[in-house]
Design a protein around this ligand. Structure first.
Ligand SMILES: Cc1ncc(COP(=O)(O)O)c(C=O)c1O
Length: 484
């Protein structure tokens, strides 16, 4: 069966015509590109870095090949409308929130949301009601939110207009989106899902159901994270009547460059075509290699591996087994140290934290190298185990501290600012958001008060060597606060 790739085909056809470019981009099909960059990209990639040709349609008003490509993606995922996003899921989340809500309206958000959500609060002038997610002490990670907690929050504040859930989370744990969708809808709120880690869901019963299958009104998916699109390529899906799709189109257009990169957009078309051709096969291949890694690591005494046993937790409705989270504290090292040792051995992982290393496996790992890679990882861990280091005891609680919102995020973002020493900022209102990346979950966002707990948490994360994302001063010696 031939799978259509209308956008890819339009781009390739344009290239074949060898039209001389008397227009942007300035490198003119690679002719003027830095030679080393051209060699790395390849001549064809440079030649198809084109934009704004009538044959290639217009992302801001798609009527041709781009519209067809987006329609095919909507059909495949089962949404009513799909928007290609070239500013990652960050851009899709911004558009999703500012189109679903008006300034001053309230959105319910479990606190383990990505920093993109905090950005949308500022851009859209939205008010957030944060809920603390559940916490797993043995891995030291936040898990999900229960449907009961969502129901309780919506009951106590009937003015909440939207619920935004991150599902699955970084570690593959999915919330009970079906129940949450029913609860939200019955209270007149929409359900928005940050499905950055779930663009591959919905194609195999062995994976959690997708947000759309569970009844979400919109979801933002990082096609680049678990599928074949180029980095920075995502999709925003909308279904049903609760969200005005024309407003979503307007928000996407407002937030998107007028010169979107066709290599990026064609990669979304190509990734969708791969899924259409063999989505189930891809999902099962990813699950199989992840299970092989898990199985191999189970032979190393001291490692604790996150697996479907996590479903015993009532807030976790489904588990995506393509994420392999390994707690290395039993080997006497931190996740950060384990990540460094793996890197010294030519391996790079998705995420590290105090206790854990997260290996992300996709359909593309079903290759000839993977068995030797799995053996290498297992041997590295076994070697560390053989050093018989004392088990790393939990030194502190790594649960996200509860922050207190004093000013709406947008008001704080635009407030008159002053720099203060972070260690003296307790009681002051932050203008900045502070996250440790990955996972990029803010400890504090604009408008929240710096507390002793937040200060201690940040200092513990810094001491572990985790990179800071958000504030001007990445060392966190100083922080910008609202001027008194
Ligand atoms: C849960 C979550 N949401 C959103 C994003 C942002 O996605 P992107 O990097 O595609 O902008 C990330 C990125 O890591 C994420 O983990």
């Amino acid at each position: 069966m031939k799978i259509n790739k209308p956008l890819c085909e339009a781009v390739f056809n344009y290239e074949k015509e060898k039209v001389y470019p008397l227009h942007t981009p300035g490198h003119k099909g690679g002719r003027g590109m830095d030679k080393s960059l051209l060699a790395a990209l390849g001549k064809r990639a440079a030649a198809i870095d084109v934009s704004l040709m009538s044959e290639l349609d217009d992302l801001h008003c798609p009527e041709g090949c781009l519209r067809e490509a987006q329609e095919l993606a909507a059909e495949l995922y089962g949404s009513d409308r799909c928007f290609f996003a070239v500013n990652g899921t960050t851009g899709a989340i911004h558009a999703m929130l500012i189109s679903a809500l008006k300034p001053g309206e309230k959105v319910l958000i479990p606190r383990n949301a990505h920093r993109a959500v905090a950005g949308a609060l500022v851009i859209g002038g939205l008010e957030a009601i944060f809920l603390p997610p559940e916490y797993d002490e043995s891995f030291g990670i936040n898990t999900q939110i229960t449907a009961e907690a969502v129901a309780k929050a919506l009951t106590s504040d009937p003015n909440i207009k939207a619920v935004l859930i991150t599902s699955p989370n970084y570690y593959g744990m999915a919330a009970d989106l079906k129940a949450i969708a029913e609860i939200a809808h019955s209270r007149g709120a929409v359900l928005l899902v940050d499905e950055a880690h779930g663009a591959h869901l919905g194609f195999s019963e062995a994976l959690p159901p997708s947000a759309l299958q569970c009844g979400a009104d919109a979801c933002a998916q990082s096609t680049h994270k678990t599928l074949g699109a180029l980095t920075q390529c995502s999709m925003l899906q909308v279904q049903g009547e609760r969200i005005d799709v024309q407003r979503v189109a307007a928000a996407m257009s407002l937030l998107t460059t007028t010169s979107p990169n066709y290599l990026l957009m064609a990669s979304l078309d190509a990734a969708r075509a791969q899924l259409a051709e063999k989505g189930a096969e891809m999902a099962e291949a990813a699950l199989a290699v992840a299970e092989r890694l898990r199985e191999s690591l189970r032979s190393v005494e001291g490692l604790e591996i996150l697996d479907s046993r996590v479903l015993a937790r009532s807030e976790v409705a489904a588990f995506d087994g393509t994420k392999v989270t390994v707690n290395v504290a039993g080997l006497g090292i931190t996740g950060i140290e384990a990540g460094n040792i793996l890197r010294e051995n030519g391996l790079d992982v998705e995420l590290v934290d105090r206790n854990n290393v997260l290996f992300l496996l996709t359909y593309a790992d079903d290759n000839e190298e993977i068995n030797s890679i799995i053996n290498k990882i297992t041997e590295i861990f076994q070697k560390i185990k053989n050093q018989n280091k004392p088990i790393l005891q939990p030194s502190a609680n790594y649960e996200l501290p509860v922050a207190q919102q004093v000013l709406p995020p947008r008001q704080a973002f635009y407030a008159e600012a002053e720099d203060v020493a972070f260690c003296e900022a307790v009681g002051r209102i932050s203008i900045e958001q502070i996250s440790f990346y990955p996972p990029g979950i803010p400890v504090i966002i604009p408008g929240e008060m710096v507390t002793k707990e937040i200060l201690n948490y940040c200092q513990r994360m810094l001491a572990l060597g985790l990179p800071v994302s958000g504030p001007r001063d990445g060392t966190l010696a100083k922080i910008q606060v609202v001027k008194q």
